[in-house]
Design a protein around this ligand. Structure first.
Ligand code: F6P
Length: 476
């Protein structure tokens, strides 16, 4: 297909699946599961991906990358500030994550959000073939379904929200609550991570927009039916397991442990540096265990990787300073020469290095205050091919619904967290293996390809057939 043609499948996401390498300026696939999930079905249908390439890049003509057609949407510095840093990440993000930080409401941010959503909708309308399927991703683009339907009523439109959808009591603070609900209702199928998010949405539509609803269906006055249902996202299980079994990753895991001084127990946290992730409380819990004499820095270390994120947003800058200070205090007070209590890395790493870290860790600690899913927890499980390793997991992560055998914790309960860290570290091998085996089975059976297929199959059912079906994901 020519790069400027139209397609039977269009993915619309805030970001393209590639970003530019800072050093060489070359495009490379961004880390993250979405591209892995959608790549096969994109290829089978010669799909187009519409998204922001990051930065204020002026060179934004459509291009081919590794068999996919990518159509970049340029954002100005002002739009990045109002739409991305502002409304998406300082209004919606904290509001949808249980107000872990206080959301800011600014009318100028909202105006930029509307402008940019319109631009994405117009681009998708240009690139979709007649009766095509358009799948819109995430909270940055909640108005696109409605805007797109106004332009192209022939399309089959799906929307998937990767982050939690909050209860009515929180959502209704939003001055533009009705517009957002109506924006989403432009889709035929709205996917959420958990059934609770879908139920929150349907309840809000009934209360605030006044449409008739029945279970997970919304009946619109124009005769359309919209379905709101849960589709928990996952990872490419096989790819992670294969990587973790590869010789380079095994070697690297061994050298990581050696570099850490061959401790008995390695705890690991890997997160975007985000206030929803609970990094501060988790490190405090660990440091108290050392102070209490339950753990010993000569034999234990906590490796915390914090990937830089949204660094221009004030709350994220404050968090970075807080974590820097806390790690400094803990290591200053409790570390010994060559034995820091916490090995802190403010950096992002390629998949191979992540797999090596997962292999090197005895206890993976994932303790967000609220998280849509948390794929790090699933990646850890996929990499533990020997069935060993322990997972401490917040009950407020979406993945807790599936990973029932983890040591589940309430991240607000510091003593509970301390007890879980100790239990996980001291568990009998048989107990760890029993739990890990069960979790591995769960993730293996519901991988990311199954997620994409389930969503697109359901979209086919909700929207009455018009004779055009997507080609299914090819099986290897
Ligand atoms: O968790 C939601 C999410 O949008 C992910 O899909 C994405 O990997 C992450 O946040 C990073 O966000 P940003 O695009 O702001 O860097």
């Amino acid at each position: 297909m020519p790069v400027n043609g139209s397609a039977e499948l269009v993915i619309v996401a805030n970001r393209l699946p590639v970003d530019r390498d800072d050093g060489t300026g070359e495009w490379r696939v961004s880390p993250g599961g979405l591209v892995t999930a959608l790549e096969p079905i994109m290829r089978a249908n010669e799909g187009i991906w519409v998204g922001w390439p990051g930065g204020t890049d002026a060179d934004v003509t459509p291009f081919e990358y590794d068999g996919m057609t990518l159509d970049p949407v340029a954002l100005s510095a002002q739009e990045i500030e109002g739409f991305y840093e502002g409304f998406s990440n300082a209004t919606i993000w904290p509001l949808y994550h249980d107000l872990v930080a206080k959301p800011e409401f600014h009318r100028e941010w909202w105006d930029r959000y509307v402008d940019v959503n319109r631009r994405f909708a117009e681009r998708a309308a240009d690139r979709a073939a007649k009766d095509a399927t358009v799948w819109i991703q995430d909270y940055q683009l909640q108005l696109v379904p409605q805007l797109l339907r106004e332009l192209r009523p022939d399309l089959r439109i799906g929307f998937f929200l990767h982050i939690p959808f909050p209860p009515a009591e929180l959502f209704q603070q939003l001055p533009w609550r009705r517009q957002l609900l109506e924006g989403l209702l432009g889709a035929d199928l709205i996917g959420f991570q958990l059934p609770g998010g879908a139920a929150n949405f349907v309840r809000l539509v009934r209360q605030r927009v006044g449409h008739k609803t029945h279970r997970d269906l919304v009946y619109l006055p124009d005769g359309r039916t919209v379905r709101a249902a849960s589709f928990p996202i996952s990872i490419d299980y096989e790819a992670f397991e294969d990587l973790a079994r590869s010789e380079p990753v095994k070697d690297r895991a061994a050298s990581v442990r050696k570099a850490l001084g061959d401790p008995d127990t390695v705890f690991l946290g890997i997160d975007r540096l985000d206030y929803t992730k609970g990094i501060y409380a988790r490190l405090r819990a660990f440091s108290e265990l050392i102070r209490d004499g339950e753990l010993d820095v000569d034999h234990t270390v906590f490796v915390q990787v914090a990937t830089p994120s949204r660094e221009k947003v004030e709350e994220y800058r404050v968090l970075r300073d807080e974590i820097d200070r806390l790690v400094g205090h803990i290591n200053g007070d409790l570390g010994r020469i060559g034995r820091p209590a916490i090995s802190y890395l403010h950096s992002s790493y390629p998949r191979e290095e992540m797999a090596a870290l997962y292999r090197a860790a005895d206890v993976m600690v994932v303790t967000p205050y609220r998280d849509g899913m948390n794929l790090v927890a699933k990646e850890y499980v996929a990499c533990r091919w020997d069935d060993d390793g322990a997972l401490v997991l917040s009950e407020f992560a979406g993945s807790a619904a599936e990973l029932r055998q983890a040591w589940q914790v309430n991240p607000y309960d510091l003593n509970g967290m301390k007890a879980a860290l100790l239990d996980a570290a001291r568990a009998e091998p048989r107990d760890r293996q029993r739990r890990m085996r069960a979790m591995r089975k769960t993730v293996r059976q519901a991988d990311v390809a199954a997620w994409a297929t389930a969503f697109l199959d359901e979209l086919d059912k909700v929207r009455p057939p018009h004779g055009k079906k997507l080609k299914p994901t090819p099986t290897s």
